[in-house]
Design a protein around this ligand. Structure first.
Ligand SMILES: Nc1ncnc2c1ncn2[C@@H]1O[C@H](COP(=O)(O)OP(=O)(O)OP(=O)(O)O)[C@@H](O)[C@H]1O
Ligand SMILES: [Mg+2]
Length: 262
């Protein structure tokens, strides 16, 4: 499938924090285009501005210079009313609301919007709960009583409650054990295919990266250094890329696929 319709266009972006002589730039002239239907992974060292980039795409932060266009409009216009219908976000440290049960967490954005009766909000939330592989009996559980993998599923269902065409994931498999991580990747792959989503994901996990990405963007030196398939990017000469891909796990992830496997 080849799609050339851009969903996100980041053009010469500067992300600046602080003021006066304390000001510092996290991104300088960062360019990135994401096309419809892609599953793009963003990788980079800690503190290189991956989360900041997702927040720019979501319109929660504003460019110091340059521009961010998300779904055809300046990203800043996404915020507020109805934002959840356009972009879903799974935050890096995105805890669920601890005082609300699973179903209430999933239906949150829809309830906030205030246009549907309570029963319909619950019904919509129940559909999403099952879509992410949870069972109806999990609906009344409190967040504290869920496993790490279940928390991620609830957070995903919450992000998808209003059927947004674009999904942003910040370290979706961080903190999960290998089995839960593989299961969550399989779920993401399924939903991506079924719902025709565009997914932008930050991950430092090579297994997740190879399992899911059609394309990778490497963040280094305050910009997107290189984009390409995981294998293409791995060939690029740069200290970060060499450390990231050439370690034991990188070599294993890039080993030839056995016959009949996939
Ligand atoms: N609201 C803010 N105010 C000031 N500085 C900020 C703010 N948000 C982020 N930063 C700074 O921007 C830089 C990039 O942060 P960011 O959270 O995007 O890193 P990251 O690549 O996501 O790192 P990690 O892999 O650890 O999650 C860091 O130096 C951080 O301290
Ligand atoms: Mg981060």
């Amino acid at each position: 499938m080849h799609n050339t319709e851009p969903v996100v266009i980041v053009d010469k972006l500067w992300s600046i924090f602080g003021e006066g002589d304390k000001a510092f730039a996290v991104h300088q002239d960062l360019d990135l285009t994401v096309f419809r239907g892609e599953m793009l992974s963003i990788v980079g060292g800690s503190g290189t501005g991956k989360t900041v980039l997702l927040r720019q795409i979501l319109g929660l932060l504003h460019p110091g210079k340059g521009s961010v266009t998300t779904l055809g409009k300046p990203a800043a216009q996404l915020c507020g009313e109805g934002a959840a219908a356009r972009v879903g976000m799974l935050f890096q440290h995105g805890a669920l609301y601890s005082a609300f049960n699973v179903l209430e967490n999933i239906g949150f954005a829809l309830r906030e919007q205030g246009t549907l009766p309570e029963a319909m909000v619950d019904e919509a939330a129940m559909i999403k709960l099952q879509m992410v592989g949870l069972k109806p009996e999990h609906a009344t559980r409190m967040p504290a009583d869920l496993s790490g993998g279940m928390v991620k599923r609830v957070a995903l269902a919450r992000a998808l409650i209003m059927d947004p065409p674009l999904l942003l994931l910040d370290e979706p498999t961080a903190g999960l054990d290998p089995t839960s991580s593989d299961e969550f990747c399989a779920l993401l792959r399924e939903l991506h295919a079924e719902l025709g989503l565009t997914v932008i994901m930050v991950t430092h996990d090579l297994d997740t990266l190879f399992a899911l990405s059609s394309r990778v963007a490497v963040l280094a030196e305050k910009r997107v250094l290189v984009t390409g398939t995981p294998r293409e990017v791995a060939q690029f000469k740069h200290p970060f890329i060499e450390t990231f891909f050439q370690g034991e796990r990188g070599r294993r992830a890039m080993a030839p696929v056995p016959q009949g496997g996939h």
